[in-house]
Design a binder for this molecule. Structure first.
Ligand SMILES: Cc1ncc(COP(=O)(O)O)c(C=O)c1O
Length: 375
């Protein structure tokens, strides 16, 4: 198990050894950014480490309002609300939208935070085949009596696939439904301005698409947020028990958010450089005959039909100084993978070392190209 003895950058120290790090979600390299650290230190000096109350009582500080306004501006929305974690975003949204849906249709590979967000007592849950708009349409046709809400990850965290909102949203609209996109991994990464998966598909202005987002991945910090019109944000502030009854985000985290939103907003080149580097790596990996996915994202799975192979490759990389973890929960029954994540701060030398090791392992362990290419 990786136990960190250092900050998370393109290298880490774990158990006293230095590793090249192709793991985690620090896509834009901001988790250890000097400007963000400086902002955090001065916030701690001014405010301490905790506001010690919920936002609803006496815990709202000027910097919470500043961060919410910066996020709203970044997203091009009227307002934004921040809360304790990205994981909670789906529960908060489903909590306050209660009454506008009766059946929830979920991508079968959806993140755990989506599944655990659905109120269990009076909501029907139906799973549609992964990224399959036709299957979703079929299920919606079979359930015409319902008020549908469809929920999917925007960028799937294990496979790096982008949910095909260009096919899903027309189906949702045809059935007068609501679409919720958990964009935890797409914020700051996808779309012309980094606003996420809806923007990537030119759907950024659709009123019936809601996004749940986090500052813990590309933004390098922590904490969840939802942006939208003031009706939605007021609903969250006034009706969400989760929002009202938990302690406000602490000063260092809020300061990190303000600094990172500004960096991401001012530097669209970071995102472009990342996607270019990740695409290059993905093509090289596929070219060796490994099985992977084919979207332009920083998450590159290497997929096997047996867990031992995936575990074996991850172990081999680790022995040779590279961390790319085996994911111990299969995406689907027959898919076992390691997950390589690219950060904009990776050097050419790190990429060459990774490719060289992948090449050597493949030659030693898989004589033919039996896994072949992109699926
Ligand atoms: C799709 C998805 N949604 C939500 C979360 C939760 O976000 P956070 O870790 O910021 O709470 C994660 C990851 O951790 C995720 O992958």
């Amino acid at each position: 198990m990786v136990i960190l003895n250092s900050e998370v950058g393109n290298y880490i120290i774990s158990n006293g050894r230095r590793y090249s790090y192709f793991a985690g979600n620090n896509y834009l390299g901001l988790a250890g950014d000097a400007r963000i650290k400086a902002a955090v230190i001065s916030a701690v000096e001014k405010y301490g480490v905790n506001f010690s109350a919920s936002r609803h009582t006496t815990g709202t500080a000027d910097i919470h309002l500043e961060l919410e306004s910066a996020l709203a501006c970044f997203k091009g929305k009227e307002d934004a609300v921040i809360f304790a974690s990205g994981y909670l975003g789906n529960s908060i949204l489903l909590e306050v939208l209660k009454g506008s849906y009766s059946t929830v249709f979920i991508d079968q590979s959806a993140h755990a935070s989506i599944i655990s967000a659905v109120p269990t007592n009076d909501t029907r849950v139906i799973f549609y085949d992964h990224c399959d708009a036709n299957h979703l349409n079929h299920l919606l046709n079979q359930n015409r009596d319902s008020a549908p809400m469809v929920i999917t990850d925007g960028l799937f965290p294990l496979t790096g696939e982008i949910a095909p909102l260009d096919r899903i949203f027309p189906v949702v609209s045809k059935h007068h439904g609501i679409l919720v996109v958990d964009d935890a991994h797409a914020t700051g990464i996808l779309g012309e301005m980094g606003k996420g998966t809806p923007e990537h598909f030119g759907l950024g202005r659709e009123e019936r698409i809601y996004q749940t987002e986090t500052m813990s991945k590309a933004l390098g910090g922590y904490g969840g947020f939802i942006s939208g019109n003031r009706t939605l944000t007021t609903l969250i502030r006034e009706r969400s028990a989760t929002y009202q009854a938990s302690t406000a985000l602490p000063p260092p985290i809020v300061a990190a958010g303000i600094a990172s939103v500004s960096i991401v907003g001012d530097n669209p080149d970071l995102r472009l450089k990342l996607l270019e580097a990740a695409w290059h790596l993905r093509e090289e990996i596929a070219g060796m005959g490994y099985r992977t996915t084919n979207d332009r994202t920083p998450i590159i799975p290497v997929i096997f039909d047996a867990p031992e192979k995936a575990r074996g490759l991850s172990r081999y990389l680790e022995e040779n100084g590279v961390i790319a973890p085996f994911m111990n929960y299969p995406v689907r029954k027959e898919m076992h993978q390691i997950r390589i994540t690219v950060s904009v701060s990776h050097t050419g030398g790190q990429v060459s070392q990774l490719l060289d090791l992948l090449n050597k392992w493949k030659k030693k362990n898989e004589s033919s190209k039996n896994q072949e290419g992109i699926y």
